[in-house]
Design a binder for this molecule. Structure first.
Ligand code: SER
Length: 325
C-alpha cells in the first residue's frame, strides 16, 4: 500500500505516456500526492491534473530546488524527445534526454529520492542486434540519437543503483498505442495516426513500408507494466539497466487488415521516408521472459483487442465532439 507521505514527481506529464501514467499514479497514490510537470502548460482536454507546474529538466539547479520545495520522494522521469524528432535535432535531443536524466539522477542522490522510473525503448537496440525474439542481454549499438540516449540512460541507471544504492527501475517500451493524447515525433507513431485517418478519411499513407514488423503495446498494458514494476519487491528486480517488454508485433499491412475488420473500406498506401531506416534498425519481436519471470509481467491486449478498443474509444470521442458542435 502507498504510504501517505509519498510525493511523486512526473516529468513530461503532458506527453503520450505521461498523460495516462500521471492519471494512473493519481488513482493509485492520491491526486494530491502527484505533481505533474512539463516544459509548457497543458494544452489538451485530457490533462486534468490536480497539481501541475512548469519545469525545465535541463536546468539542474531549478530542478533541485523544485524537488526540495515540494518534498518529492519518487520521480517518474518521462520527459524526452522521441526518435524521429531526435534525428532532426540531434544536439537538442542529447541535451534534453541525457542532461535531463543526469540532473534527475544527481539530485536524487543528493536528496535521497526513494524510487525513480526511467523509460527506455526498443530504440536502445540497433542494426547489429538480433531482430527476432531480441534477448534481454545482447548487442545494442543503437543508431539514433534517441536510442543512444536511452542506452546510455540505462547504463547510468545501473550505475547509480550499484554505486549509490538508488532504486532506479526501467522498461524498454515497444511502440505505444493510445487515444487520449497523440504521440509526438516517434517512428512507431504511424500505428496511432492510422486510426485517426481511418476514421476521418478512410485512407492512410504510411511512412513505413508494408512489411516493417515492430513490437507494440496498448497503453493500458504499458501503464500496468509500469505500476507492476515499481510496486514489485526490491528483491524481485534483477535487471537494473532496463527490462525488455512487449505485447505483440505487427506490420503496417497487418494492422490495416485488423482495422478493416471494423472499417471494411479502409485503404492504406505506403510512402516510406527517413523513418524507414530507423524502424529497420529496431527489433521485430522481443523476448521479455525476464520481466515475466522476475515480477510477473503479462499483457492483456493482443492486436485484435487493441484495434477494437481504439476504434470504439475514438468513435465515442468523435460522437461527443459532434454532439457539442
Ligand atoms: N516509440 C518510440 C519512437 O518511435 C520508440 O520508443 O520513437
Amino acid at each position: 500500500m502507498a504510504k501517505t507521505q509519498e510525493t511523486l514527481l512526473v516529468t513530461g506529464a503532458c506527453g503520450q505516456l505521461g498523460t495516462e501514467l500521471t492519471a494512473a499514479l493519481a488513482q493509485a497514490y492520491g491526486a494530491n500526492r502527484v505533481i505533474a510537470t512539463d516544459i509548457r502548460q497543458p494544452q489538451n482536454a485530457a490533462h486534468t491534473f490536480e497539481r501541475f507546474e512548469v519545469l525545465d529538466i535541463t536546468q539542474g539547479n531549478e530542478m533541485a530546488e523544485f524537488i526540495q520545495k515540494h518534498g518529492i520522494t519518487h520521480i517518474y522521469h518521462l520527459a524526452a524527445l522521441l526518435s524521429a524528432t531526435g534525428e532532426q535535432k540531434p544536439m537538442l535531443a542529447w541535451q534534453v534526454n541525457m542532461q535531463g536524466w543526469l540532473n534527475v539522477l544527481e539530485v536524487s542522490r543528493e536528496v535521497g529520492i526513494q524510487q525513480i522510473y526511467f523509460p527506455s525503448s526498443i530504440a536502445a537496440f540497433g542494426a547489429d542486434t538480433p531482430r527476432e525474439n531480441t534477448p534481454q542481454t545482447t548487442v545494442m549499438n543503437p543508431g539514433t540519437v534517441y536510442g543512444i540516449s536511452k542506452y546510455a540512460g540505462e547504463l547510468w541507471a545501473n550505475y547509480y543503483c550499484h554505486r549509490y544504492g538508488l532504486d532506479v527501475r526501467s522498461l524498454r517500451y515497444p511502440g505505444l498505442i493510445s487515444y487520449s493524447t497523440p504521440p509526438g515525433g516517434g517512428t512507431t507513431d504511424y500505428a496511432v495516426d492510422i486510426f485517426y485517418k481511418a476514421l476521418e478519411t478512410g485512407h492512410y499513407t504510411c511512412f513505413l513500408d508494408a512489411e516493417t514488423r515492430l513490437p507494440m503495446m496498448y497503453m493500458p498494458d504499458a501503464i500496468k507494466a509500469t505500476l507492476q514494476l515499481m510496486q514489485a519487491d526490491q528483491s524481485a528486480i534483477k535487471v537494473r539497466t532496463s527490462y525488455n517488454l512487449t505485447a505483440f508485433s505487427f506490420t503496417p499491412a497487418e494492422i490495416a487488415q485488423a482495422i478493416r475488420q471494423h472499417i471494411p473500406a479502409f485503404e492504406i498506401q505506403y510512402a516510406p521516408d527517413f523513418r524507414q531506416a530507423i524502424a529497420d534498425s529496431w527489433p521485430a519481436t522481443i523476448d521479455d521472459s525476464q520481466a515475466r519471470m522476475d515480477w510477473g509481467w503479462q499483457p492483456d491486449y493482443d492486436l485484435a483487442a487493441m484495434v477494437k478498443d481504439m476504434i470504439a474509444n475514438l468513435q465515442q470521442r468523435n460522437s461527443q465532439i459532434m454532439a457539442i458542435v
